[in-house]
Ligand binder design. Structure first.
Ligand SMILES: [Ca+2]
Ligand SMILES: [Ca+2]
Length: 579
């Protein structure tokens, strides 16, 4: 089914037919099937990260060698979490500190670079990273650490339009790759640790003009805009004060910081939402919608079609931002999500009904399981960090050991789904934390947590584990353990391969059915970005960005100390088969 465009966008779309190198809505809708380009984060808006290409396979992969490498240069390194895009012989890849490069895909030669001028006082919680760009028409569009969206000409790197999302000084930032769906540019916001208000925004990708906004904290008004820029109300999200006490919803967090996926079969965009603010859950009795949830938005209306809350009244910073990947199973359109809270959820993609839920990590302390009838977790009340007002001095609540730690059974690194094997490939981590609550009051632009914490290891020999999960049975079909925490996304292919990176610097590949490692390459710095593959002139290529950083070195407590020998970097590697 091809979605009908909004009248406004149809007009704009027709007017731009003369533009060159155009990326169309049709091309984006078909992205997962077209192996010669990569137009969206996730290799298709469903986010499956599956390519049907099979030239590189367990038999031929011995001959996989570097074709070229490109350095992001300068003195700016830190975390590199970007997924490259490929279109008409060009690679578009973002770097740390809100930089973007266009490269000649054949040679790695730099065509242009854009370095966004960042003000002092930006407040990214979890390193100066960027996860990638979006392509539309002749534009390449990305978000910046000072909460702007910049659209550049694909050929020249010139700025075509630039829009401010919100005030960086209030804690807003932008790190996710934008999503293009049904002629709209869909973005979320980062800043849940600063009491921002999460939302999803839809814009005209040609101009940056807003079409609608949908807040992800219950009680806030959504808006829509007509083609003249007139704003009208579009209904409140939920019901004010139904799941939030007092005024806390006004600074309720639920940041949509990892962006979203889209399925043209349902017409819905799926955005995950982060923790409710502040972290101290005793201040906000209730479910605190729509935090820690999967939120399905009808992109034509900007209304929430359904939501499923993974962690009601979260007390552990279990951001529910993880990607919701739609797929077919038993004649149904379902979606899979490996949540930071340690459970893997399968929901009906059209209605949100919970179909299955099971742990994908070995130690979960906050709940004994998810009730498939009610859809709610079976909480373990004594494992919730205590209320500080219950203590003798009122300053520190009872500390608990919780697993997963707040960095999650899975974090920002996107998993992959293979329609060939029917398995999800989940980059998981096994760790815990000591966590306690403290009193806190909201102050604009300041951290809004009301909690103290230290990440702890659970096992001597490993933290990371790449796991092949069967969404029907909940079984781990195979796993590959990793000493350092996994922080890289995953790619799977019709060549029966699964690719992922490690903080130790390897890009590696395993047999998708057995998990046997069949290839690895040392990139020179930690890999915390998702690999991609495409074909050009009959040859299959693989690419990945390398550069250690992200939340682990900044927030990782005992784990950060354990991996402080890892070196930073900033480069993109491209591989092909030796003939
Ligand atoms: Ca494609
Ligand atoms: Ca968070």
């Amino acid at each position: 089914m091809r979605l009908k465009l909004l009248p406004l966008l149809l007009t704009v779309g027709l007017a731009s037919m003369t533009a060159q190198a155009t990326v169309t809505d049709q091309m984006i809708e078909n992205d997962a099937k077209t192996t010669g380009d990569i137009l969206s984060w996730g290799l298709g808006t469903q986010g499956q990260r599956y390519s049907p290409l099979k030239q590189i396979n367990p038999k031929s992969i011995d001959r996989l060698v570097p074709a070229w490498s490109f350095s992001f240069g300068g003195e700016k390194q830190r975390g590199q979490q970007s997924q490259p895009l490929i279109h008409k012989g060009k690679m578009f890849v973002t770097g740390s500190y809100s930089r973007i490069y266009a490269l000649d895909v054949a040679t790695g030669k730099k065509l242009w670079k854009y370095e966004h001028r960042l003000p002092d006082g930006i407040m990214p919680c979890c390193d100066v990273i960027n996860r990638g760009a979006a392509l539309y028409d002749n534009l390449v569009i990305f978000m910046t650490l000072d909460a702007q969206i910049v659209a550049l000409d694909q050929n020249t790197g010139d700025v075509v339009w630039k829009e401010k999302i919100d005030n960086y000084a209030d804690g807003y930032s932008g790190t996710a790759a934008p999503l293009i769906a049904g002629g709209l540019l869909l973005t979320g916001v980062s800043g849940g640790e600063f009491g921002v208000v999460g939302r999803v925004e839809a814009r005209n990708p040609k101009t940056g003009q807003l079409v609608w906004t949908r807040p992800t904290v219950e009680g806030h008004m959504g808006y829509k805009w007509d083609d003249k820029g007139n704003r009208t109300e579009n209904g409140i999200s939920g019901t004010t004060n139904k799941t939030w006490p007092g005024d806390l919803w006004k600074t309720g967090g639920a940041a949509t910081w990892l962006g979203g996926t889209f399925d043209s079969k349902t017409g819905l965009a799926y955005f995950g939402s982060g923790n409710p603010a502040p972290w101290n859950s005793h201040l906000r009795k209730g479910d605190n919608l729509f935090s820690c949830s999967t939120i399905a938005i009808d992109i034509k209306t900007g209304q929430i079609k359904w939501h499923y809350q993974n962690t009601p009244n979260d007390g552990w910073d279990y951001d529910g931002v993880n990607e919701f990947i739609t797929y077919d199973q038993d004649g149904r359109r379902l979606g899979g999500k490996a949540d930071r809270n340690g459970f893997f959820y399968v929901n009906d993609a059209t209605t949100g009904q919970l179909v299955n839920a099971f742990p994908f990590v070995k130690k979960v302390t906050w709940a004994t399981g998810i009730d498939l009838k009610t859809g709610r977790p079976n909480f373990v009340p004594e494992n919730r960090p205590g209320d500080p007002t219950a203590g003798a001095d009122g300053k520190k609540g009872q500390s608990v050991f919780a697993a997963p730690g707040f960095l999650g059974g899975k974090n920002q690194m996107p998993m992959a789904y293979s329609p060939d094997t029917g398995l999800f490939y989940v980059p998981a981590n096994e760790w815990g934390m000591e966590i306690w609550n403290e009193p806190v009051t909201y102050k604009k632009g300041a951290a809004y947590l009301g909690a103290g914490f230290t990440i702890k290891t659970l096992n001597e020999d490993y933290i990371g584990a790449m796991r092949a999960m069967d969404p029907k049975t909940g079984k781990i079909v195979w796993e590959v353990k990793n000493n350092a925490p996994l922080w890289s996304g995953v790619l799977t292919t019709g060549g029966n391969l699964v690719f992922w990176g490690t903080p130790e610097g390897y890009l590696q590949a395993a047999d998708a059915k057995t998990g046997k490692i069949v290839w690895k390459f040392q990139t020179g710095s930690g890999v915390v970005a998702p690999p991609v593959t495409w074909e050009q002139n009959g040859q299959q290529f693989v690419a990945v960005v390398s550069g250690w950083g992200g939340a682990v070195p900044l927030w990782g407590g005992d784990v950060a100390k354990k991996v402080n020998y890892l070196e930073q970097g900033g480069s993109v590697w491209v591989f092909k088969l030796l003939k």
